[in-house]
Ligand binder design. Structure first.
Ligand SMILES: [Zn+2]
Length: 445
């Protein structure tokens, strides 16, 4: 992710994001494919705002770097091309239900019996091991990448909270003003082309949300929405509150599975389960952050005092904006001096970089202001999107998905094109290859 700053800048490239744009999505696409993608890149946008001047401190744990997977955009061994998609038996046009489960880390589906998720897996297509989030691996940047096909630097939602350095306006995830949200989300693409879309977000009770979605399928057949999005938040909040192996997380996974079972059974009772494409994804993973993985900003006070109002975000991606009259380079140098002194607890796991010095990959400890009064043991996300712990799930079932197929992990920005292809819509230009749906969907002959 690249933030232009009025001052000299500290940038955080999402190296895997950059790699995904420079590298073939699948095995050796032709030069023609690559050129076509470049040509279909979005035109330069007028800048409605400058991105914040962020001094981003990346934390990392050296032993964890062995888990940093390179992105594997390789062709699947499946012989999709030889199989044809199924035709619709009841519905008149394709319909997609996108279920997003916040914080569904890849592997949660094995924490307890999840027969309904596994029904979708064994009769559909699954990314193994998991769906790759964009960086930073946070909820709002990732959900908006899923529905726009844009990386955060393009769609503008670079964090759950940030400040426009020009207007000093603050974006927070609770603000819904359109000016912050660039690009065209799926529901707009669907409705702009004359079809119906519905999205359920927020903290709806699971059963209520599922009931509302199912009620759409009782409408006259021509009024059934083409695209329905469902969002569930509970698993993320349990993941933050409890450590990875806590029974509360297992129970939340079981509740998600029950919800999916109810959805499947209800669609089956209407005779349309095989007609509807169900895509189950998460936005990011989760990793445990117990006491020994904390870094305290106050420990750096002998070298530099970071006032509260410099800090946009603490963790896991500490984001600091210093005043214009203070040199960013000097701040970086002073912070690193303190961190390398051996006197800051876990200081060896935190490095501060100027943009030009940023390494390819980092991962992190959690940065907090003060030592907590009691033990802190929970979870967090936001770290390097190449980490396996940050991966989520991709499971898709429907007439255009091959049964029992496993595909290599891919970035969630591909999902916009995937859904517009299923629906037969013309998607707006975005940041990714337009050929991805051909790779993952069954052909139509
Ligand atoms: Zn979260």
């Amino acid at each position: 992710m690249i933030h232009e700053s009025p001052q000299s800048t500290i940038l955080t490239p999402s190296s895997s994001s950059l790699q995904a744009r420079q590298d073939p999505l699948m095995a050796s696409p032709s030069q023609e494919d690559y050129t076509r993608t470049l040509l279909s890149a979005p035109p330069p946008r007028p800048s409605p705002r400058r991105t914040p001047s962020l001094l981003l401190l990346l934390t990392f744990i050296s032993f964890f770097s062995s888990l940093a997977f390179p992105l594997l955009f390789l062709s699947s061994s499946s012989t999709t091309q030889s199989l044809a998609r199924c035709s619709l038996s009841v519905l008149r046009r394709p319909t997609v239900i996108l279920i997003s489960v916040d914080g569904f880390r890849y592997g949660y589906q094995f924490k307890c019996p999840t027969p309904n998720i596994h029904h979708l897996i064994s009769n559909g297509t699954e990314a193994v091991p998991g769906l790759v989030p964009v960086f930073p691996t946070l909820t709002f940047p990732n959900h908006y990448s899923i529905v726009t096909g844009l990386y955060p630097e393009s769609h503008g939602i670079i964090n759950n909270f940030f400040i426009d350095p020009i207007s000093c306006d603050a974006f927070s995830k609770r603000r819904h003003e359109p000016r912050w949200w660039l690009g065209e989300p799926l529901w707009e693409t669907v409705s702009n082309q004359g079809f119906k879309a519905a999205a359920y977000t927020g903290r709806l009770e699971v059963s209520k949300a599922v009931d509302d979605v199912l009620s759409y399928f009782d409408l006259p057949i021509d009024e059934i929405p083409s695209y329905v999005a469902l969002y569930f938040e509970e698993l993320d909040s349990k993941g933050h509150e409890f450590a990875y192996d806590h029974p509360e997380i297992t129970k939340a996974v079981a509740r998600i599975d029950t919800m999916i079972g109810r959805l499947i059974a209800s669609l089956e009772s209407r005779g349309i389960f095989e007609d509807v494409s169900i895509i189950l994804v998460g936005d990011h993973g989760m990793v445990g952050t117990c006491d020994q993985r904390l870094i305290f900003l106050d420990d750096l006070s002998p070298w530099i005092k970071i006032p509260q109002n410099w800090v946009h975000c603490y963790s896991p991606l500490l984001a600091i904006q210093s005043p214009v009259n203070i040199s960013v380079a000097a701040v970086v140098a002073t912070l690193n001096q303190g961190l390398s002194s051996g006197k800051v607890e876990n200081g060896q796991h935190l490095r501060v970089y100027m943009k030009e010095d940023l390494p390819e990959r980092d991962e992190g400890h959690k940065v907090v202001r003060k030592r907590p009064m009691s033990n802190v043991c929970g979870g967090d996300h936001g770290y390097d999107n190449a980490l396996l712990s940050m991966r989520s799930i991709f499971v898709a079932h429907g007439p255009q998905f091959e049964r029992g197929r496993k595909v290599q992990p891919f970035e969630n920005v591909q999902i916009y094109n995937l859904i517009t292809s299923i629906l037969g819509l013309k998607g707006v230009p975005n940041n990714v290859f337009s050929t991805f749906p051909d790779y993952i969907l069954l052909s139509d002959n």
